[in-house]
Design a protein around this ligand. Structure first.
Ligand code: C2E
Ligand code: CA
Ligand code: CA
Length: 668
C-alpha cells in the first residue's frame, strides 16, 4: 500500500474511533437513567422499542453492489419519538440496541457500523443539550395533540439531530475518501432528506397514539422496507450474470460510476481506478480437450476465488474469456504489482471433481483516466494488454499506447512537467534519488549518480527516460536540468557540512549542451553553493557526440577548465570513434549495462569490457560498470583493475536520507 493510503487509513480510523469513544461515554451515562426508567415505562414505550427493533428486518441479509444498497435505519423514527416523550437516556439505549441489530443484519462493515451507532447516540445527546438550553420539549404526555409551538420545537429538534448525525457522516467520508467536504455532503444528501422526512412524518404521530397504534404505524414502514428490498433484489439481478453471479456490464458500469460520480465537483482531478482483466487459460486447452461445460466450470471456480479476494461488487465477467476486476485508486505505480497479485490468486490448481486443473493465468491492466474513462475503451485496452502479455510470454502487462497516443501522452507530460517545475506547490513532486557507485576492489563508496523521479499526483510514477524523451526537444529541459543541478549542488554542500563529502554525477541532455549559457550556469552554481568543482560530474552520452560533436567537445573543454568532472554515459551504444574519445577531456567512462550484464556468460562482452577498461586506464580515466545486478557479475568485473560498479546488486537509487543510513550500515 502507498504511504498516502496508509496515512488516509490512519486518519479515518482516528476520526471513527474518536467519535465512538465520545459516544461510548454518553451511552454509559444513559444506562443508569434507562434502568431507573424501565420498571415504570408505559406500554407505548415498549411498543416503540419493539418497532424500532423490527422495522429494518426486511433489509437483513441482502448483498448487492454497494452503491445500490439502501441503508435503512427507520428505527430512528421510533427512537426519536421515545426521545421526545421519555427523554434522552431511554432513547439512547433503545437506539443503540436497535442500530446494533440492524447493523449486523444489514452486514455493515464493523467500522461503518460502529460509526453509525456512535453518530445516532451523539445526535440524541446533542438534541438533549439543545433541549436543556431552550427548554422546549414539544410534548410530554402521550396522546395529546400538537400545537404550533410543538411543531416548531419538533422541527428544531429534528434539525439538530440531523445536523449532528449527517455532519459526522460527511466529515468521516471526507477524511476516508479525501474527496473534499463539498462532495461528501453531496453524497449524504439523499440519505439525509429521506431520514429527515421519515422522522418528521412518523415521530410526531407516534407521540399522539397508544401502544397498539404504535405497532400499526410501524406497519407501513415495514412495507416500505419490504418494497425497497424487492427493488434492490431486482437491480442486483439485472447487474449480475445469472449462472456465475459475477457482475455483468451493467453492474460493472455501476461500480465504475460509484467511483467517478463526483469527479465533476472534485478539485483534485478525476478519481483514478483500473481494470485488471484476468485471462484464465492461454490456448483454451480445457475447452478443446474436455468441452465447453468443463471449461465453464473451471472458469467459474476460478472466478469464485477472485470474488473471495476482491469482493462481489468488484468482480465481473464482461467478455468471453476474461474475468474483470475493478480496482479503485489504482495508479501506474502499482498496476503491475496488483495484476501480479490477481494472477497469483489463480496459480494454485483448481479442483473439479477432485481432478486438479492447472490454470495458465495472465492479466492485462488499463488505467483510468490515463488510458480512457469509458468501460468499452478500458476493457478493449486491458484485452490488448493481456494479448501482448501472452505474446511475450509474460504473466502481466499494463496497456501500452500506440504511436498516436504516445504523442498525446508525451505532449501532456511535457505540458504538465513544465507546470510542476514553476509551481512552488508542486515542485516537490520532482525529486532526486542517488544511486551509490562502489570501488570494487576496496568496497569503498566512489560517488553517486543523481537520478530524477517524478511522482505525478494522478498518473503515478512516470518512467524517467520517457519523461526525458518527451521534454528533450523543448525549453522545459533547461528548467528540469536547472532543478536537478540546484538540488544536487545543495545536497553536496549538505554532505560537506556533515563531513561526509561525496561526488555526485548529474545527467544532462543534448539540449543543455546547446545552450550557450550552460557552462556559465554550472560555474555560477558551484561558486554559489561553495562546493569544490571536482565533486560534481556531468554525464553526457555517446549519442550526443554523434549528434553534434564539435559543440559537445567545446562545452566539455570549458567544463574541464572549471574543474568539473566529465563522464561518458552508456558507452558502447553510440558508435563514438576512438579519435573522439581521445580528444574529450573525460574523467570517467560508464560502460553500458548491456555489456556488463553479459560478461559472465558471453565471452564477447567480457572482451569488450576488458578492452574498454585497458583503454580507460591508458587515457587515465575511471571506468564505471553500469547495471551490476548480481554477485557473479561483480566478481567478474573485479578481475579487471580499478573498476567501479553501479547497480541493483549494490543498491537501488535512494533518497539522501536513505543514503545516509546505507553508508552507515556496517554490513555493507
Ligand atoms: P542512465 O543515465 O543510464 O541511468 C541509469 C539507469 O539504470 C537508471 O534508471 C537506474 O535506476 C537504472 N539502474 C541502476 N542500476 C540498475 C541495475 O542494476 N539494473 C537495471 N536494469 N537498471 C539499473 P532511471 O533512473 O529510470 O533513469 C533512466 C534514464 O533517464 C537515465 O539513464 C538517464 O538517461 C535519464 N535520466 C535520469 N535522471 C535524469 C536527469 O536528472 N536528467 C536527465 N537529463 N536525464 C536523466
Ligand atoms: Ca547516467
Ligand atoms: Ca547509463
Amino acid at each position: 500500500m502507498s504511504g498516502d493510503g496508509r496515512r488516509r487509513r490512519h486518519v479515518s480510523r482516528t476520526v471513527v474511533y474518536s467519535v465512538a469513544t465520545v459516544a461510548a461515554v454518553v451511552l454509559v451515562w444513559a444506562i443508569p437513567g434507562f434502568v431507573r426508567f424501565a420498571p415504570e415505562a408505559p406500554s407505548a414505550f415498549w411498543a416503540m422499542s419493539l418497532a424500532a427493533l423490527i422495522v429494518d428486518i426486511p433489509l437483513f441479509g441482502l448483498s448487492g453492489p454497494e452503491d445500490l444498497r439502501i441503508r435503512s435505519t427507520l428505527s430512528v423514527c421510533f427512537a426519536f419519538a421515545i426521545f421526545v416523550l421519555y427523554g434522552a437516556a431511554p432513547a439512547i439505549v433503545v437506539q443503540a440496541v436497535a442500530a446494533s441489530v440492524s447493523m449486523v443484519g444489514q452486514r455493515y462493515r464493523p467500522r461503518a457500523g460502529i460509526h453509525l451507532i456512535a453518530r445516532l447516540i451523539l445526535a440524541a445527546a446533542a438534541s438533549e443539550l439543545v433541549l436543556a438550553l431552550t427548554d422546549g420539549r414539544p410534548v410530554t404526555t402521550p396522546g395529546g395533540g400538537l400545537d404550533v409551538h410543538d411543531v416548531l420545537a419538533f422541527v428544531q429538534l429534528a434539525a439538530v439531530w440531523c445536523a449532528v448525525n449527517y455532519g459526522l457522516l460527511a466529515v468521516a467520508r471526507a477524511t476516508v475518501r479525501e474527496r473534499g467536504l463539498r462532495q461528501a455532503t453531496a453524497e449524504v444528501r439523499y440519505d439525509l432528506f429521506s431520514t429527515a422526512a421519515a422522522v418528521l412524518i412518523v415521530s410526531p404521530l407516534l407521540t399522539m397514539v397508544t401502544a397498539p397504534s404504535v405497532l400499526i404505524l410501524a406497519f407501513p414502514l415495514i412495507v416500505f422496507n419490504t418494497l425497497a428490498r424487492a427493488q434492490m433484489r431486482q437491480e442486483d439481478r439485472l447487474s449480475r450474470e445469472p449462472e456465475s453471479g459475477l457482475l455483468n456490464r451493467q453492474g460493472f458500469t455501476g461500480g465504475m460510476r460509484a467511483i467517478t460520480d463526483y469527479d465533476a465537483i472534485q478539485d483534485s482531478g478525476p478519481q483514478p481506478f483500473g481494470i485488471i482483466l484476468v485471462n484464465v487459460e492461454s490456448v483454451l486447452n480445457i475447452n478443446r480437450a474436455l468441452g465447453r461445460d468443463v471449461y465453464e466450470s473451471v472458469v467459474s471456480l476460478a472466478s469464485r476465488r477472485l470474488v473471495d479476494v476482491y469482493g462481489e461488487t468488484r468482480t465481473g465477467r464482461l467478455s468471453g474469456d476474461g474475468i474483470s476486476i475493478l480496482v479503485p485508486d489504482l495508479t501506474a505505480a502499482d498496476a503491475l504489482g496488483q495484476a501480479e497479485a490477481a494472477v497469483s490468486v489463480l496459480t494454485p490448481p483448481i479442483y473439479l471433481d477432485d481432478v486438479p486443473f492447472a490454470l495458465d493465468p495472465a492479466a492485462g491492466v488499463a488505467l483510468s483516466p490515463l488510458h480512457g474513462r469509458e468501460l468499452g475503451t478500458l476493457l478493449a485496452k486491458a484485452e490488448l494488454a493481456v494479448t501482448e502479455a501472452r505474446r511475450h510470454g509474460k504473466r502481466v502487462m499494463v496497456y501500452v499506447p500506440d504511436a498516436a497516443e504516445v504523442t498525446t501522452r508525451r505532449m501532456a507530460l511535457l505540458h504538465d512537467v513544465g507546470t510542476a517545475l514553476v509551481d512552488p506547490d508542486r515542485r516537490d513532486e520532482l525529486t532526486v534519488l542517488y544511486q551509490p557507485q562502489v570501488e570494487l576492489t576496496t568496497g569503498q563508496l566512489y560517488g553517486v549518480e543523481a537520478l530524477l523521479r517524478w511522482a505525478h499526483p494522478v498518473w503515478g510514477a512516470i518512467p524517467t527516460d520517457e519523461l526525458i524523451e518527451s521534454i528533450e526537444p523543448s525549453e522545459v529541459m533547461h528548467l528540469l536540468t536547472t532543478h536537478v543541478l540546484e538540488t544536487v549542488a545543495a545536497q553536496i554542500r549538505a554532505w560537506n557540512h556533515q563531513d561526509q563529502p561525496l561526488r555526485a554525477a548529474v545527467n544532462v541532455s543534448v539540449q543543455d549542451l546547446q545552450d550557450p549559457g550552460f557552462v556559465d550556469q554550472v560555474g555560477a552554481l558551484v561558486r554559489r553553493h561553495g562546493i569544490p568543482p571536482e565533486q560534481l560530474t556531468i554525464e553526457i552520452t555517446e549519442r550526443m557526440l554523434v549528434l553534434d560533436a564539435p559543440r559537445v567537445s567545446r562545452v566539455c573543454d570549458e567544463l574541464k577548465r572549471l574543474g568539473i568532472g566529465l563522464s561518458l554515459d552508456d558507452f558502447g551504444t553510440g558508435y563514438a570513434s576512438m579519435q573522439q574519445l581521445r580528444q574529450l577531456p573525460l574523467t570517467e567512462v560508464k560502460v553500458d549495462r548491456s555489456y556488463v550484464q553479459g560478461i559472465v556468460d558471453n565471452p564477447a562482452d567480457l572482451a569488450i569490457v576488458t578492452s574498454v577498461s585497458q583503454l580507460a586506464r591508458a587515457l587515465g580515466v575511471r571506468i564505471v560498470a553500469e547495471g551490476v545486478e548480481d554477485q557473479r557479475t561483480a566478481d567478474a568485473l573485479n578481475m579487471l583493475a580499478g573498476m567501479v560498479g553501479q547497480g541493483y546488486h549494490f543498491a537501488h537509487p535512494m533518497s539522501a536520507d536513505e543514503l545516509r543510513n546505507w553508508v552507515a550500515q556496517p554490513s555493507r
